[in-house]
Design a protein. Structure first.
Lengths: 352, 239
């Protein structure tokens, strides 16, 4: 930002000098063509240019101070016109008496007019010059700002994406945590050894959700470890209502996925599948490599009754996270399959 | 008090039973793992109190309550359920969060006992649902236990019946005909095909067209009584 600011300041000085320089050359050249080369011409225009330069610089400070760039087009136009007229008059009042007194140009028809008339007529000419100055200034700023806004828009979008990604890394469902704690409490009396195991599973699961949420990706092996912790804990809630199998191709273990991606699918399978079935059901988790793609599938007993009830925010989150990490080349499906099961499956291109 | 524990997790049921063992005011007479089993046992055992988990397979706790003909006092138990918690906050129903603290459990039970004592003084005919009995009603996110005495009017709305009390009008999945057979006729009167009114909420009665009457209820409702029911109303009200 500092460099940009510096560049802008330098650019202003260059353009300011160039503009007034051009004004000087143009007017002195034209005047010399008509009335011949006289030093007074150069002196008087030099005088005008110096005051013009200073006045327009003050004008710029005013523009910046009152932040004219934030004004609407209508208000800005009025301001510019009034300011140009005013500035034209100021420069003319400051410059013309001196020019008339010390740098009288011979052969200029203006000599025949009285000083106030000269001042007024020059004021109008200079007002047009200032109008031009304003136009250049604001049009230039409009384009520069447009570009800056565009860049900022992109930056913002990227930031939003980052924030989304963090938010989407879901936490462990609190309902599950408290149910587990309640079950473990009962288990302490019934089977102390098993209760101890369950506390370890819960700890691992919580640690994972805290630590790995900070990472964009984890390898499937780590993720599956946590899924098994989770399933162990759900087994004490559902007991014989829940059975599960893992069918994992060894080659897939080191591939990376967003943390909690499989975990959330399994949580969903339990929440919308097993927990809805008084007799319980089965969960099957599989991962394999097909055609340079990683395919992970979580199946559960049950049916998706209708589109509205099952496909909630949870699954949209998973699909969205996969898309953010792997790009649009990602596929996510949720559908009823044979054997009275529901399949949630994602396919992502192999990258690492 | 005789109680039934309803929770789909066996360990959770055990945990609650263990806690209740230390409180001699409550005896657990049965337990149930889902709504179907629970409904059966509640209607068979007619407990004073049930401990009810919200999240269960099949029908959840709220749906079970809507289904019950006999509604005992209820203490809800839930692990963490934002939706359910919201429903409780609206109406200050008793609920316990799992794992349950023994103090809070004892508190909830004494509250139920208090309520029961109050109701005893209003007790009426055994065969009908009297003004002192409560019904569970649910409307979207909100739910209530309403004492029948608080209900001013039942009104047909499609296959449902609208229940008017305070400034709420939730619906219950019962027909007006069914309610008529269940409600105590000393208090509740079928005014016409559409409405049953609570006689305790009648403000004034005016003669209407061709021998019928119009009843003005407290709280602003006007009810046209059909001609046939006007006859019955007069019989009921005469000595």
């Amino acid at each position: 930002m500092k460099i940009e600011h510096f560049d802008r300041a330098r650019l202003y000085w260059i353009m300011q000098s160039f503009g007034w320089g051009l004004f000087f050359i143009l007017y002195t050249t034209i005047a010399s063509l008509f009335i011949g080369v006289q030093w007074q011409t150069y002196a008087s225009y030099g005088n005008t240019v110096v005051f013009g330069f200073l006045t327009s610089h003050i004008y710029r400070l005013v523009i910046k101070k009152y932040n004219w760039q934030s004004l609407g087009l209508g208000k800005l136009s009025v301001n510019i016109i009034v300011a140009s007229l005013l500035l034209g008059l100021v420069i003319s009042v400051l410059v013309m008496p001196v020019n008339q007194l010390y740098f009288q140009v011979a052969g200029d028809f203006e000599q025949t007019l009285s000083l106030p008339v000269i001042v007024i007529s020059v004021a109008f000419q200079l007002a047009f010059v200032m109008l031009g100055w304003s136009l250049i200034y604001f049009v230039f700023h409009f384009f520069v700002n447009f570009k800056v806004t565009e860049v900022e828009k992109w930056r913002l979008e990227a930031a939003v994406k980052d924030a989304e990604l963090i938010a989407l890394k879901s936490q462990i469902n609190p309902h599950f945590i408290f149910n587990s704690l309640n079950n473990i409490r009962a288990l302490v009396v019934e089977d102390a050894e098993k209760a101890r195991d369950m506390i370890t599973h819960l700890s691992d699961l919580l640690r994972y959700s805290i630590q790995f949420n900070a990472k964009a990706k984890v390898c499937i092996e780590e993720e599956l470890e946590i899924v098994e912790n989770y399933l162990n804990l759900e087994s004490i809630q559902y007991e014989d209502r829940l059975s599960y199998t893992l069918d994992i191709q060894k080659a897939t273990l080191e591939y990376k996925i967003p943390p909690m991606a499989i975990q959330l699918l399994v949580e969903n399978a339990i929440k919308h599948g097993i927990s809805e079935l008084p007799k319980g059901g089965e969960i099957r988790i599989s991962s394999l490599l097909i055609d340079n793609h990683l395919v992970v599938e979580v199946k559960n007993t049950g049916r998706i009754a209708n589109k509205n009830s099952g496909t909630g925010i949870g699954l949209n989150n998973i699909a969205e996270r996969l898309r953010l990490v792997f790009g649009t080349n990602t596929e996510f499906t949720l559908k009823n399959v044979e054997n009275n099961m529901v399949s949630a499956k994602f396919t992502v291109p192999l990258t690492a | 008090m005789r109680a039934i524990v309803i929770d789909d997790s066996r360990l959770a049921r055990n945990e609650l039973k263990r806690l209740l063992k230390d409180l001699d005011t409550v005896q657990v007479i049965a337990e149930a793992a889902d709504a179907v089993e629970a409904k059966e046992k509640i209607e068979q055992e007619k407990p004073d109190l049930i401990f009810l988990d919200i999240q269960m397979p099949g029908k959840n706790g709220f749906e079970l309550l809507e289904d019950l003909e006999y509604v005992p006092d209820v203490v809800f138990t839930t692990a963490y359920d934002e939706y359910a918690l919201k429903a409780f906050e609206y109406n200050a129903l008793d609920y316990l969060q799992k794992p349950v603290q023994i103090d809070r459990l004892a508190g909830a039970i004494s509250k139920v006992a208090e309520k029961k004592e109050k109701r005893k003084q209003l007790e009426g005919d055994e065969n009908y649902m009297t003004a002192s009995e409560q019904v569970f009603v649910k409307d979207g996110e909100r739910c209530w236990f309403v004492q029948l005495g608080e209900i001013r009017l039942f009104e047909v709305d499609g296959n449902y019946t609208k229940v008017l009390f305070e400034d709420h009008k939730p619906m219950i999945p019962r027909t007006l005909n069914y309610l008529e057979t269940r409600l105590d006729p000393k208090t509740f009167f079928r005014a016409n095909r559409q409405q049953i009114i609570n006689l305790k909420w009648v403000e004034k009665i005016e003669p209407w067209f061709s021998g019928s009457i119009k009843i003005f209820m407290k709280g602003g409702h006007e009810v046209d009584v059909s001609r046939r029911q006007t006859q019955r109303f007069k019989e009921l009200m005469s000595f």
